[in-house]
Write a protein that binds this ligand. Sequence first.
Ligand code: URA
Ligand code: SF4
Length: 234
Amino acid sequence: MSSDDHTVPTESNADAAREAALAALNAEVRDCRRCPLATTRTHAVPGEGDHGAVVMFVGEGPGFEEDRQGRPFVGRSGQYLTSVIEEVGLRRADVFITNVVKCRPPNNRDPLPAELTACDGYLERQIELINPRIIVTLGRFSMRRWFPDGSITRIHGQIRNIGRGRVALALFHPAAALRNPTWQTDFARDMAKLPALIDRAKRANEAASRGDALPAGVPHPGDPDYAPAGDGGE
Ligand code: URA
Ligand code: SF4
């Protein structure tokens, strides 16, 4: 960023650069024609939330209401997701929420492999820019990106080290949870793991910003409760 007349603190420069990069990314997504979903969408849905969030939720793709409004998780499953986020003591505004595909698949069908591939670069850049410590996957398609093997009924609730100081936590998709009382219980129980993870991640961030070694109890590969990153990890 160029600034001619005054000196700005480095942190504000970094924040401004991130804001500009995210605004450019959002504009790109809204005009994107990289896959056929561009032809059937009403609005692309880049995602929303805190740009400095410690937690990023990654869903599947926009549904009817999201496509109409251009915002993620604002329909029935979004209301349920928001309520469970609040139940564990968090605020929706403090997290970032996006999807693996940014445009609605017609009739809410599953996203196709080619669509996931075409869209993946946007998610990649969002993760790079927002730099979350915790990625919460919602549903199979998002889970598969970081937990390549196994079914969601077995994997949900697992926390996995995905490298670069990040962990992934796998949750059912809220729409699936809404259809199945057992999964609904699991969904809330899995979500309840978040506050402790966030607390540890924040301590890790603070230690890193002071240049200190990571305190005990913050996410790192040696943690006994983290599954080791396998070949599919970042
Ligand atoms: N389902 C999703 O996966 N994402 C949304 O944004 C809304 C519903
Ligand atoms: Fe572009 Fe992704 Fe939308 Fe496809 S789904 S048109 S790749 S933004």
